[in-house]
Write a protein that binds this ligand. Structure first.
Ligand SMILES: [Mn+2]
Length: 319
């Protein structure tokens, strides 16, 4: 039996329940955090108890969203809470022990969702979870305030790459326009998301350029970094978000990958510019994601082994 529900059912669920605990994904981005914050604000405005959670904490670069007002740092026993996840595609992107959780509702925009949940409200044609939340809150009759518009605009702007990615739809722009009309400082949001880099991020990028490799007549770009290399510049895996930007902007590149260690596993993130379904590619290794952006992780391996594995599949796809 499918656990998929429609928008009306999602609205009814959010309206009827209480004591919400909203889970966001690891390596948190503005979409998962912004969506969770908007949901918390909206539910609290209805007199409900609601908070959001991220095991790793919200990254400093998202400080402008003021997550501390909406996120709790420790959840303890979750009995009695209505557990909801936003923008979480797989239990793998939640650190243990949440991987064992069954959510009462999972709201997501990923094509492949393997989260254990009683209800799944998924819109895989939406570019951001924030776009789904925007629509849900509208249907719930929640008045749109600047406080709500800020995290939602950040969510949508972030996942659409500043409204540049393929999956940006006219409806995305209409949602953004409505959010903009509240008077939020949209230019500041864009600048903080895309044009503001810490010295550490710059150091990571420099490492990325040093490690950049091109294969198959320049159709495949790869950056593989080891834990040691990251350590040597004082960085950790969570600082490597920008590496995908390096590979995907190279002219002629159709497929790109960033391979990096994360704790006990090796993570691979894949991007494609053209007609290559990287979600399908990521699924080979138990991962998933979107058509043009996906990821996977491999246990009991090293960066070099994952690199050779990826090269074999890239060759198959590209040649
Ligand atoms: Mn997202």
């Amino acid at each position: 039996m499918s656990n998929k529900i429609d928008k009306q059912e999602a609205v009814a669920f959010l309206t009827e329940r209480d004591n919400f605990l909203i889970f966001t994904h690891n390596s948190a981005d503005a979409d998962t955090v912004g969506s969770a914050i908007a949901l918390v604000i909206a539910l609290r405005s209805l007199g409900k108890t609601a908070a959001a959670f991220n095991r790793e904490g919200v990254p400093a670069r998202l400080a402008f969203l003021h997550a501390e007002q909406y996120f709790v740092s420790d959840i303890g026993d979750t009995a009695g809470y209505t557990l909801v996840s936003v923008d979480v595609a797989s239990p793998k992107v939640l650190s243990l022990p949440e991987a064992d959780y069954t959510f009462a509702l999972s709201i997501d925009h990923h094509k492949v969702n393997t989260v254990s949940c009683e209800r799944l409200y998924v819109r895989d044609d939406y570019i951001a979870a924030g776009e789904i939340i925007f629509e849900l809150l509208g249907d719930m009759g929640i008045p749109l305030t600047q406080a709500l518009a800020l995290p939602l605009y950040a969510a949508i702007c972030s996942d659409s790459g500043g409204f540049r990615y393929q999956a940006t739809r006219p409806q995305t722009m209409r949602a953004a326009a409505t959010l903009m009309e509240t008077g939020i400082d949209h230019a500041r949001i864009c600048r903080l998301l895309f044009e503001s880099k810490s010295p550490l991020e710059i150091a990571v990028e420099r490492l990325g350029y040093q490690k950049l490799e091109l294969y198959f007549d320049g159709k495949f770009a790869l950056i593989a970094v080891t834990a040691e290399e990251l350590r040597s510049i004082g960085a950790s895996e969570s600082d490597t978000e920008g590496l995908n930007q390096i590979t995907r902007q190279i002219a002629g590149v159709q497929l790109s990958a960033v391979i990096k260690p994360k704790g006990e596993v090796i993570k691979g993130s894949l991007r494609s510019n053209e007609d290559i379904d990287v979600a399908a590619l990521a699924q080979i290794w138990g991962g998933g994601g979107h058509y043009h952006a996906a990821g996977f992780s491999v246990a009991d391996s090293d960066v070099d082994a994952v690199k050779s594995m990826l090269l074999r599949e890239a060759e198959r796809v590209l040649l």
